[in-house]
Design a binder for this molecule. Structure first.
Ligand code: GTP
Ligand code: SPV
Ligand code: MN
Length: 611
């Protein structure tokens, strides 16, 4: 189907493989503004992958890894200033400032569009402009969630092929008039006539902007992950959360996991932990307790809506994993290792070994010599880390050995439990069951975590991060929490998932983790499932139901009993220190904080005082 031509910056014309009038008009408009040397529609084929990866190798962006170790896989080393999401440069440009809320940067949309138009003028000179049609979630959905990313980065095109259902199939779904999210991206590094390119083009000026009412994204200046792969955080969380608020569903920063009990019963669990706090690891868990098995449905994002039967169903909108490399190894996460070993993987900012393989801190092996993520020689005496703490692998979900067979089902899977969790050295017990939905929403709304390397900022400082969504909300945080409360009010309480709060990261005085984590987290999951079935005991504490060490299955676990006790301890004096922090947080949220959450806070205070 060739029916339209697109002029590029050199006034040659490209045959466009679509008759979608709005798409064609937009592509034309962007090409005229950005002046690329050529316009290419991405089809998602193997031929295209080979062509683009070869191009990236020639350009020096990619190094081909040793095919005996890592078939069809590549290493990219980014510019050292372009290594993580840039929250300070991320904007929600709602029409009214009040709708962006206190947690987001806001600029008037007209003003922001004017700024961006200036930046995008000629921004793709000397480059190719790719038009990348994609679908978030199964292509077979009745109402597929479509998008088109226009980008001048080949790295983005190949990464989008791994992370989304991309290319011809998505373009066919677009038909001639299906609505889609416009996602415009440029690395912001035009090339003058004859100017040589750098391996990782980007700009010091960065804007990651969202226009929630227009369902539109414009990103400038960064080539990295969540800043540039616009189907991920920008679409599937920030724009989708605004859609979900309007349409009565949820777009969440959650993994989706299937647990299979020794009785062969399936339980689906969704869990929200902030960036670099354990979602991928839990999504691919290998249970250590006999009889239990686990399968993976998603490791970062869940879209959830109520089914006709009144249960909450979750779908993973993504098609690949963009996982944290450091700490991933054959014992902590063997399934992630098997997924990447199958090949077809793009690594960013990990280290290169002398035999053309990759290495990062925490991986098995003790290399003498490496090329580090900055491209410098590295040996064991080196002070700097070989891999950046936020280095990542980008790998197809289909290669995951524990992938659940229902992963591509547009229906999704019915969720029995929702877990919230953060990274807290103190105070927060290993696991706490909420009293009911509203109390669970309060737990989610007040959850807190120590800052990680997944975004710019001081690593380790504690911040409130409701439902792990603070960096990803497309609207006002108070309206968001209220949306959660209302969904619970309108649902059948018996069918709602139970809500739990977990903390794998509590530490002893010497800084050691009190709980071994990883596969051993299956012991906590077993307690959670047994609570759902009414088959496990827990103690009633001021913060919720918390098991004693005797109430969870510790058989065969090689840990000091005192550490397990400490990991489960509810220390009311420590919790009292949280009270002013929560008050401060509520003040920050302001008038839109739902009364139900305030009621839960007052009830918590009362329970603590009468304790
Ligand atoms: P994003 O992709 O940024 O959203 O991160 P994520 O939530 O998927 O985090 P991931 O599973 O990649 O884990 C991040 C870091 O936490 C890694 O270094 C892991 O080794 C570590 N981690 C994960 N689970 C556990 C655990 O149970 N205990 C401890 N101590 N560390 C863990
Ligand atoms: C996160 O930071 O939560 C990620 C990585 O999953 S990114 O795609 O950069 O957002
Ligand atoms: Mn994430």
């Amino acid at each position: 189907m060739t029916s339209a031509t697109i002029p590029d910056g050199t006034d040659t014309h490209v045959q466009a493989p679509t008759r979608h009038a709005e798409l064609l008009a937009w592509v034309r408009e962007v090409a005229e503004l950005t002046q690329p040397d050529r316009v290419v529609f991405a089809d998602g084929s193997d031929e295209e992958w080979d062509r683009l990866t070869s191009h990236l190798v020639t350009a020096g962006t990619f190094q081909q890894l040793n095919p005996d170790k890592k078939p069809n896989s590549f290493l990219a080393l980014s510019d050292p200033t372009d290594v993580a999401r840039v929250e300070s440069r991320t904007y929600i440009c709602s029409r009214n400032e009040a709708d962006a809320g206190p947690t987001n940067n806001w600029v008037d949309p007209t003003e922001m569009r004017a700024t961006l138009t200036d930046l995008f003028r000629g921004a793709m000179k000397g480059r190719t402009m790719y038009v990348v049609p994609f679908c978030m979630g199964p292509l077979g959905a009745a109402d597929p969630k479509l998008g088109v990313e226009i980008t001048d980065s080949e790295y983005v095109v190949v990464s989008m092929r791994v992370m989304t259902r991309m290319g011809t199939a998505a373009l066919e779904k677009l038909g001639t008039d299906r609505p889609f999210v416009k996602a415009l991206h440029s690395v912001g590094a035009p090339l003058a006539e004859g100017q040589a390119d750098v391996p990782w083009p980007c700009s010091d000026t960065k804007y990651i902007t969202h226009f929630p009412e227009d369902r539109e994204i414009i990103s400038y200046g960064s080539g990295y992950g969540g800043n540039a792969l616009l189907g991920k955080k920008c679409y599937s969380l920030r724009i989708a959360s605004a859609m979900a608020h309007d349409e009565g569903w949820l777009a969440e920063h959650m993994l989706i996991l299937k647990l299979i009990s020794p009785e062969n019963k399936n339980y689906y669990v969704a869990a929200a932990f902030p960036s670099a706090c354990g979602k991928t690891n839990l999504a691919m868990i290998e249970p250590t307790i006999p009889g239990w098995r686990a399968e993976t449905l998603g490791d970062d994002i869940a879209w959830m809506r109520f089914g006709d039967d009144g249960r909450l169903y979750a779908v993973n909108p993504e098609f690949g994993f963009f996982g944290v490399a450091p700490g991933t190894n054959w014992s902590s996460n063997p399934n992630a290792m098997k997924t990447v070993e199958a090949g077809n993987t793009v690594y960013t900012n990990v280290a290169l070994t002398d035999n053309g393989d990759v290495w990062w801190e925490g991986l098995e092996g003790d290399p003498d010599h490496l090329i580090d993520w900055k491209g410098h020689d590295w040996d064991r005496e080196s002070e700097e880390k070989a891999a950046h703490p936020n280095s990542r692998y980008c790998t197809p979900m289909s290669q995951c050995p524990t992938l659940a067979p229902e992963w591509d089902d547009p229906q999704g899977v019915p969720i029995s439990a929702i877990l919230f969790g953060g990274r807290r050295k103190t105070t927060v017990p290993l696991v706490t069951e909420s009293l009911d939905w509203q109390h669970g929403v309060f737990m989610g709304a007040t959850m807190s975590s120590e800052q990680t390397a997944a975004a710019e900022g001081k690593v380790g400082s504690v911040r409130r991060d409701p439902m792990a969504m603070i960096p990803f909300l497309g609207y006002h945080v108070g309206d968001y929490v209220n949306h959660w409360i209302n969904l619970g009010k309108n649902a059948d309480a018996q069918k709602l998932p139970k809500i739990f709060y977990v903390n794998w990261f509590r530490r002893g005085d010497d800084g050691r983790f009190l709980w071994p984590g990883f596969g051993e987290n299956s012991r906590v999951l077993e307690w959670i499932v047994n609570r759902i079935e009414g088959a496990a005991e827990g103690e009633s504490t001021p913060v919720g139901y918390v098991p004693t060490a005797a109430q969870i299955n510790l058989e065969g676990l090689d840990v000091e009993a005192a550490d397990v006790d400490e990991s489960l301890k509810v220390d009311v004096e420590e919790w009292k220190k949280e009270i002013p922090l929560i008050e401060e947080w509520f003040e920050f949220i302001g008038d839109k904080l739902p009364s139900g959450v305030r009621d839960e806070f007052e009830a918590l205070e009362r329970r603590m005082h009468s304790h």
